[in-house]
Design a protein around this ligand. Sequence first.
Ligand SMILES: *[C@@H]1O[C@H](CO)[C@@H](O)[C@H](O)[C@H]1NC(C)=O
Ligand SMILES: *[C@@H]1O[C@H](CO)[C@@H](O)[C@H](O)[C@H]1NC(C)=O
Ligand SMILES: *[C@@H]1O[C@H](CO)[C@@H](O)[C@H](O)[C@H]1NC(C)=O
Length: 429
Amino acid sequence: MTEPLLLPAPHPKQRQPPPGTRAWGCGLAAAVLVLLLLLLAASDPLRLRAWRLFGAPPEPIELTLLAGATEKGAVCLDGTPPGYHLQRGSGDGASKWLVHLEGGGWCSTVKDCSNRKMSALGSSNFMKPILFAGAGILGSDQQLNPDFYNWNKVYVRYCDGASFSGDTEGRAQDGSILHFRGLHIYEAVIDELMRKGLANATQALLTGCSAGGLATILHCDDFSARFPREVSVKCLADAGFFLDVKDISGVRSFWSVYDGVVHLQNIREVLPKECLANKEPTECFFPAELIKSIRTPMFILNSGYDSWQIQNVLVPVSSSPDKSWLSCKNNIRNCNSTQIQVLDGFRNSMVNNLKVVEDKGDWGMFIDSCFTHCQTLYGISWNSPISPRLGNNTIAEAVGDWYSRRRQEVKQIDCEYPCNPTCSSLLPT
Ligand SMILES: *[C@@H]1O[C@H](CO)[C@@H](O)[C@H](O)[C@H]1NC(C)=O
Ligand SMILES: *[C@@H]1O[C@H](CO)[C@@H](O)[C@H](O)[C@H]1NC(C)=O
Ligand SMILES: *[C@@H]1O[C@H](CO)[C@@H](O)[C@H](O)[C@H]1NC(C)=O
């Protein structure tokens, strides 16, 4: 089979080059740490080499294709079966399950969805084995991932283009069928996992990042309803808190993207009835509406200056044709004071949208101000010497404290950029 991949970034894109050499003025230990961090922040082949240098390379985890996918109508955009990667838990983790729904944007037009069929985000023909180890919440090192290291872990591949929520069929320009079956993929995969032991879980966590973070919000109550009362079931939405805000040219361009996805893929079933009773389905696809009716304990992890949202929601290409925002949206350090004010406005909208969480006793949040996207999936953000911290806690500590009720309340919102000194320029964007 083809070469295994590390966990693919939900929005793959070239990383920023590491910053130039600095006068660290210290010994060998610091130099080794920096080298390690640079390697971990670097491109995937380089990361693989880092693993080979610093420890035994982790075993790639094979893709399991969903059994009977065609009969169940649970297929990827191109009609191929969807899949997931399952790593069995051990020790006291053997009956605990973490299910991660993969992210990777959406397709909102026939053309977008037709293009997606030619990639792993639309067809299992292109999916490869992946590596979990070292990857944040999916990692199996007890030191780096103390609360979840030995759990059963499932990485569910995303190949429907609508956050596991569509339910219809369309036709590509070339006449072939476009299968919009995300909702059935979610249901059939969870059913299959139930038969593989999830049904007997004593603890379960549904999570996902970006479009998978939204999917987590959409399916959270359904997921928890599948277990008996005494089972501790919670949800963790990472970088899935997408805002319905105007872009810098005053247009609700991201609303239009969601409107396309919702209508093209017939998203309805997963939307809360309370919301649909007095709002358009597209409105009800936004987390600010969704979270109002969720009953399961949820943790919202997001940066108030989420790099993907700044690049695609606040400053999409269509909003700034003269490229004056290009260097700012690629790196927040290049923004001038006027631009920072606009970003602060975005962050303040997020904080306002999250006010309802204050009244939800068993919920948690970690809203930092670091320019990054997806903070559970990379060891460097999840739990490392350069992780974003709030109240001196890393994300791994905050999520672990909330999940295990070690702290009464874990709801932390960072001050405005650039106040948090723990925001590193090495974080993935
Ligand atoms: C769950 O536990 C019961 C009782 O121990 C057992 O009979 C059953 O096979 C288990 N189910 C799964 C899916 O592991
Ligand atoms: C910041 O940059 C924008 C876009 O290039 C520009 O319109 C604005 O005048 C600049 N503001 C300051 C204070 O330099
Ligand atoms: C912050 O956390 C670190 C390690 O987690 C600990 O050593 C340090 O004492 C803490 N600092 C404060 C001010 O609590």
